[in-house]
Design a protein around this ligand. Structure first.
Ligand code: NAD
Ligand code: IPM
Ligand code: MN
Length: 361
């Protein structure tokens, strides 16, 4: 079997962690008897500065020919973020109707959490982020000038959009610990949030075996820090899900370990896999970025492609390296480089692959 993967390393550490993850994914593929046929695209802020566009006009058509997209990170000083992100990442999510942004967060054994007294059994949650509408809209504008100038930005919440993300969250919770917490802010945002709450509650009624609660997003942020063990599946709008997923990643030790999948569940279009983190200009070019988030995003991609054993092997190899704790990057308190962590994960792969074969047979 051969899967066609479009790789967009992008900017900053996106390029560094993509190189690392590709090496791991290729090795996992060959150990499991399939191949990844990569097409690499240089779409990035550098391309924008050289050619005036983040990607070519026919860019989305090029991606469509692939089984999945593997993206590093987009955005770098020199190009305004709203230009770079709306020129590449966000158009892909929307054109391919990747309406689920799936962000699993686990505190892995051996990784120190900033939360005192918390261990792996306390942090195992998934943020299900609405990824196609909500607060991220292009409707609005700037008006007037001088002290009278103002800006308006209109959120868009559709019944179809809220229903489908809620259904995804409840179905997911049904296969986990059976709890959904929906992020709201209906005390302050009086039109869209009560609408969100009403639809999520209607969907909740279809899943009597899943416990459902809603929390204002501010209180939910506090719970994520004070009692993360009470969270299983967290469903939120585009903006709330974005913020909560960086917070959850921090609770699990670092942004450097949090993967994500932009999923089109109907499989009408390719899904896209990337880290939760961005291009980290503050550490870019030094070879010290943690590649774990991108490698785990790759594991999610293998699972999505229908190669769950290979995905699990990649996960297990990463877990083994983190549990030993000798080869970790600075964000996790170590001194290892991106390359050293990658080599350690590659070194673990054959052993965990043999072990998973033993369990299967
Ligand atoms: P960021 O996630 O890039 O960095 C935040 C902090 O986390 C930085 O201190 C960084 O060094 C650290 N960090 C992130 N990933 C790390 C890793 N793998 N290893 C070690 N440390 C890591 O967020 P930011 O600084 O707000 O954004 C930088 C740029 O990235 C901006 O242009 C932003 O728009 C863009 N961005 C892109 C994506 C994406 O492409 N999906 C996501 C988030 C931000
Ligand atoms: C993410 C990022 C993006 C988002 C930005 C870069 C537009 O923060 O994927 O979490 O908010 O969706
Ligand atoms: Mn984000």
């Amino acid at each position: 079997m051969r899967y066609r993967i479009a790789s967009i390393p992008g900017d900053g550490i996106g390029v560094e962690v993509c190189t690392a993850a590709r090496a791991v994914l290729d090795r996992a593929a060959s150990l499991h008897g399939f191949a990844l046929a990569w097409t690499e695209f240089d779409w990035s802020c550098q391309r924008y500065l050289d050619n005036g566009a983040m990607m070519p006009a026919e860019g989305l058509d090029r991606l469509r020919e692939h089984d999945a997209v593997f993206l590093g990170a987009v955005g770098f000083p020199g190009v305004p973020d709203h230009v770079s992100l709306w020129g590449l990442l966000i158009p892909i999510r929307r054109a391919f109707d990747q309406y689920v942004n799936l962000r699993p967060v686990r505190l892995l054994p051996g990784v120190p959490s900033p939360l005192a007294g918390r261990g792996p059994e306390d942090v195992d949650l998934v943020v299900v982020r609405e990824n196609s509408e909500g607060e991220y809209s292009q409707i609005g504008g700037r008006h007037g000038a001088g002290p009278e100038e103002f800006a308006v930005q209109t959120s868009v919440f559709t019944r179809r959009g809220v229903e489908r993300i809620a259904r995804y969250a409840f179905a997911l919770a049904g296969g986990r610990r059976g709890r959904v917490c929906s992020a709201t802010k209906s005390n302050g945002i009086v039109h869209t949030m009560p609408f969100w709450d009403e639809i999520v509650a209607q969907v909740a009624a279809e899943y009597p075996n899943v416990a459902y609660e809603q929390m204002h997003v501010d209180a939910l942020a506090a719970r994520m820090v004070l009692a993360p063990d009470r969270l299983d599946v967290v469903v939120g709008s585009n903006l709330f899900g974005d913020i909560l997923s960086d917070l959850a990643a921090a609770v699990a030790g670092s942004l450097g370990v949090a993967p994500s999948g932009n999923i089109n569940p109907e499989r009408d279009f390719p899904s896209m896999f990337e880290s939760v983190h961005g291009s980290a200009p503050d550490i870019a070019g030094r070879g010290i970025a943690n590649p774990v988030a991108q490698i785990l995003a790759g594991a999610m991609m293998l699972d999505h492609l229908g190669e769950p054993a290979a995905g699990e092997a990649v996960y297990a190899a990463v877990e083994a390296v983190l549990a030993r704790g000798q080869t970790v990057t600075a964000d996790l308190g170590g001194t290892a480089t991106t390359e050293q962590v990658t080599a350690a994960v590659l070194g673990m792969l054959p052993a965990v692959t043999d072990r998973s074969r033993e369990t299967v047979t």
